[in-house]
Design a protein around this ligand. Structure first.
Ligand code: NOJ
Ligand code: NOJ
Length: 534
């Protein structure tokens, strides 16, 4: 039976609905893999649709909030917006009303929701960059008709981004988010945040690698301006403390630093290739300095990377401590977002893997959903211990990004990256090998894996990623909407009901899964294991 025939058989809905495991010949074949792939295919189609709906959305949005939510130092922005001809902002008593007509290239973090949801109808620099990264990846494998659609959205995004970069944003490129019509956000918010420019530069460099040869000259030129402005900004601002990606505390956070270091490193290579060697040197040097500063995040006695290093303060500049002993899934996400393929702060860093194990153990116990999960399901992940935002639940994009970490590491190892066993990486590697049916040989100190374990490891990692996706599959809805959070007891959607970043992360994880599978030795692929048993 060929693989195609197997998949077709396994995907027949009647068959899947009727039984939880198939018995074929002598081997027992779980239907879970076929069911997972079927869900992935369906969910990807819906996620792409949701993302396209959320870029340049065709809705007019009315915001109506109390005037006390205006940032004190942005009153002037409101006044001049309200007095402009054809003003779309009105101050009436203690309320402020805004009419927002989105511009081409804007990406909303979420579509307008019900009053119980947070108001996410803004173009966040961070969220929109991750959305564009996912759309860019789709260009690598799409049909020409599909690519034309993505190219257009990305071109609009590039132009919109340049407009924002050159706008009068009070925080400059550290501005966190904009109104969807490109005007300045004047609400009280935790600013500045510094991961946005790095994520945007990484997304656009990724797009350029995929589509560079096909882009019209004008788009190429604007892309270049956006990337260069982002990277130059990072060089000048990388030693300033900013609010973290959870928009809560101001300080030096691992995620912002890691994506900045990664963007500068990739930017240096890009600059070199165009002969801009002075810039390349400046970028590489700033990247090195960031990486050196990041040593401070390692907490030797705890055995993981602390999310913040040094002092953290809130908006009022009052000193605050990160709850949960500073253990945060954003550390692992940083290694994924940075896409460094070797060295410290990449997924091959044994300290990152030690942190991943701590996170897994913590969240496995933390949520009812995880404590009661099925035996073939991985866990869902939240932000950190002590999180209270909408109840401190597991988050969809965090969970998807942990799955992506498994797939990306699988691909790196399958392509020959070295991953020594150390006291720090040992538990992580042991769990992946166990998932592939093998045990980690006993030993002391730093050591290499045997050839056969090196071949099993990517398979175990892919299966661990699949376990996580299976948990997501369980809590997914037929509409394909992906919320920000899953209620930790019921699995029901919580906070924003349909978050762009959740869709982007689902696409990124499943693209990484495809790449990991494509790099497996045919004898080691999970699919071929199933096939040979038929
Ligand atoms: C606190 C939350 O933790 C953070 O993630 C969110 O962005 C802000 N509040 C604003 O809603
Ligand atoms: C809250 C998250 O903490 C932040 O990272 C994100 O940018 C916004 N929501 C919008 O999705």
């Amino acid at each position: 039976v060929s693989r195609r025939q197997f998949l077709t058989a396994a995907l027949a809905p009647g068959l899947l609905g009727a039984c939880s495991s198939l018995r074929i010949g002598t081997g027992e074949l779980s239907s879970a893999e076929g069911a997972l792939e079927e869900w992935i295919t369906k969910q990807r189609t819906l996620s792409i649709q949701h993302l396209l709906n959320n870029t340049s959305p065709a809705v007019t949005f009315q915001r109506d909030v109390e005037a006390r939510f205006i940032a004190p130092d942005r009153q002037e922005i409101v006044r001049s917006a309200a007095s402009a001809p054809e003003a779309r902002v009105q101050l009436e008593g203690n309320r402020i009303r805004q009419q927002i007509v989105p511009r081409a290239g804007s990406v909303t973090a979420a579509p307008p929701g019900t009053p119980s949801e947070p108001d996410y109808f803004f173009h966040w620099v961070r969220d929109s960059a991750l959305v564009m990264h996912a759309l860019a990846t789709l260009c690598a494998a799409g049909s020409s008709a599909q690519i034309a659609v993505y190219d257009e959205r990305i071109a609009d995004f590039i132009r919109f981004s340049r407009t924002l970069q050159t706008s009068a944003a009070p925080e400059g490129l550290g501005e966190v988010r904009f109104n969807m019509d490109g005007t300045q956000d004047f609400l009280l918010w935790n600013r500045p945040q510094f991961d946005g420019p790095a994520l945007r530069a990484l997304a656009l460099m990724h797009y350029q690698r995929i589509r560079g040869d096909h882009l019209p000259e004008a788009i190429h030129a604007t892309l270049h301006e956006v990337v260069q402005a982002d990277l130059d900004y990072i060089v000048l601002n990388s030693s300033r403390p900013g609010f973290d990606l959870w928009e809560e505390l101001k300080g030096y956070d691992f995620h912002a630093r890691a994506v900045q270091a990664a963007a500068l490193h990739a930017g240096a290579r890009r600059a070199l290739s165009t002969g801009a060697s002075e810039r390349a040197n400046a970028y590489e040097e700033a990247s090195r300095q960031l990486q050196a500063a990041m040593q401070d995040h390692w907490l030797e006695e705890k055995g993981y990377y602390g999310f913040f290093a040094g002092r953290t303060v809130d908006l009022q500049n009052v000193e605050q401590t990160k709850p949960g002993e500073n253990l945060d899934t954003a550390v692992l996400m940083a290694a994924v977002h940075g896409r460094m393929t070797d060295g410290r702060y990449s997924l091959l860093d044994d300290r990152i893997l030690a942190t991943a194990v701590r996170l897994e153990d913590f969240f496995a116990e933390r949520y009812g959903l995880n404590r009661r999960r099925a035996s073939n399901e991985g866990i869902v992940y939240g932000r950190y211990q002590g999180d209270t935002y909408y109840g401190g639940n597991p988050w969809v994009f965090i969970t998807a990004t942990v799955a992506e970490a498994c797939y990306r590491l699988a691909e790196l190892v399958a392509r020959g990256a070295s991953l020594p066993v150390t006291s720090r990486s040992q538990s992580f590697i042991e769990r992946a090998l166990r998932r592939a049916g093998a045990a980690l040989p006993a030993g002391e100190g730093e050591r290499g894996l045997s050839d056969s374990d090196l071949r099993r490891l990517p398979r175990g990692l892919i299966l661990r990623g699949d376990d996580i996706l299976r948990a997501m599959q369980r809590w997914s809805s037929n509409s394909g909407a992906l919320p920000e959070q899953y209620d930790q007891e019921s699995g029901a959607p919580a906070s924003a009901a349909n978050l762009s970043w959740s869709h982007a992360a689902l696409l990124a994880a499943t693209d990484a899964r495809t790449a990991a599978l494509a790099n497996l030795n045919p004898n080691e692929s999970p699919r071929s294991v199933l096939r040979t048993r038929l």
